[in-house]
Design a binder for this molecule. Structure first.
Ligand SMILES: Cc1cc2nc3c(=O)[nH]c(=O)nc-3n(C[C@H](O)[C@H](O)[C@H](O)COP(=O)(O)O)c2cc1C
Length: 383
């Protein structure tokens, strides 16, 4: 497991020119209509139903495609409770929804895809990009990029098993010496895949370096099905810029949607030529409250603080004085305790200041015992 680094908006990004409609277009994945070519990327430990609904609400329903975190075919077909919970979704709000599954066994993949279709999801996606040793060792995730024949049979059997479209999400290749995304994508298309998402990093890169969008572009030119590019899109302008300068039909956004769950709405503003909406501290507070309420609907109370800590840890990275809030939140035992810190922090920020406890903490005054703080490691790890 490796922690994904933070995103910095480093790409050059000119404002979108007129004629944005030439490259921001609706599409179909199989028979599923996608109104806007911007998808929430699958993120393990992050994109659960509460998070997907939170992002969809914050963005005013403008997310073109929602993808679940990856779910083990082993767990699903063995009726593991955790896997079943990972597949749970709200069929009205979370639409169109793609459920991502991972594994390597052909018959089991087909069975798991049937379960996804029976649950009412619009799309089933096969993970061919996860770099985690425990996944690739068992033949799944990015290992499939090295087993092209097996992958083709896997996609073919899965596509034959369900009426909903089957898609794949790949990386650019296993390593810098074996970048084979174009070949893999062609084979997946021939085997029945209806969309291909490409994360422009190799498996060996994990999350280091920069995503190579020239690979995304090459794949999009090589296949007839829509291609979504993924990697390092940090702002609305960058999302449009990627669509404009590559042949990709769509853009997937992962880490930026954690720090800024409003990003899809901001993209929509930019496409319409409207001023890109600002996010206030009170917006952030409201979002955290609704995320908490959604988690409370689906999880026992003792599990809610953990999910809140994960979101808060990522959302406040690079945020002015975010460390101080994280420190307080991370050592809160209950949701309500955590919310006392969260509320006082964002309410003070909204009025242009900081809560008194932040000042004490910054000055290292009594009442803020740094030595007693728990480990501040980012609890969200990448699979
Ligand atoms: C915390 C985290 C978890 C992820 N989990 C998955 C996953 O379950 N399935 C998958 O295909 N990709 C996963 N990814 C990769 C993302 O979908 C995406 O391709 C990658 O983060 C690059 O996009 P970004 O720069 O917009 O985050 C994960 C990434 C992160 C940061």
């Amino acid at each position: 497991m490796a922690n994904a680094p933070e995103l910095t908006p480093s790409e050059p990004c000119p404002p979108p020119p007129s004629g944005v409609q030439d490259y921001v277009r609706p599409m179909h994945i199989g028979a599923v209509a996608i109104d806007r070519p911007f998808a929430l990327a699958p993120m393990s430990g992050v994109t659960d139903s509460a998070f997907r609904r939170t992002v969809q609400a914050a963005s005013g329903g403008t997310v073109g495609l929602l993808v679940t975190e990856f779910i083990s075919i082993e767990g699903l077909t063995r009726k593991n409770l955790k896997s079943a919970m990972r597949m749970a979704f709200d069929p009205i709000v979370e639409r169109p929804l793609s459920v991502q599954i991972f594994g390597a066994e052909i018959a089991r993949m087909a069975d798991a895809a049937r379960m996804v279709a029976d649950a009412g999801a619009q799309i089933v996606d096969i993970n061919c990009g996860c770099p985690a040793p425990k996944v690739v060792r068992r033949g799944g995730g990015a290992e499939l990029l090295r087993q092209a024949d097996h992958l083709a049979r896997l996609v073919e059997a899965t596509a034959a098993a369900v009426a909903i479209p089957v898609t794949v999400k790949i990386r650019s290749g296993w390593s810098a010496d074996t970048v084979n995304a174009v070949d893999i994508a062609r084979r997946c298309e021939a085997a029945g895949a209806r969309m291909i998402a490409v994360h422009g990093r190799t498996r060996m890169q994990m999350y280091t370096g920069e995503a190579d969008w020239s690979v995304v572009d090459a794949v999009a030119r090589a296949v007839g099905v829509p291609v979504f590019g993924s990697g390092d899109v940090a702002t609305a302008q960058q999302a449009l810029w990627r669509l404009r300068t590559t042949a990709a039909a769509g853009v997937m956004i992962g880490r930026a949607a954690i720090m800024n769950p409003w990003i899809f709405g901001q993209i929509d503003d930019a496409v319409r030529g409207a001023a890109v909406r600002d996010v206030t501290p009170l917006d952030r507070l409201g979002l955290l409250r609704s995320f908490r309420d959604l988690q409370r609907e689906r999880l026992p109370e003792h599990a809610v603080p953990g999910r809140l800590k994960q979101l808060l840890a990522r959302m406040t990275k690079g945020f002015a004085h975010g460390t101080l809030l994280r420190e307080r939140a991370m050592r809160s035992a209950t949701t309500d305790e955590m919310f006392q810190w969260i509320e006082s922090f964002f309410e003070a920020l909204q009025s242009g200041g900081l809560p008194a406890w932040c000042d004490r903490a910054r000055a290292g005054l009594p009442g803020h015992d740094r030595a007693s703080l728990p480990d501040q490691a980012d609890p969200v790890s990448v699979v």
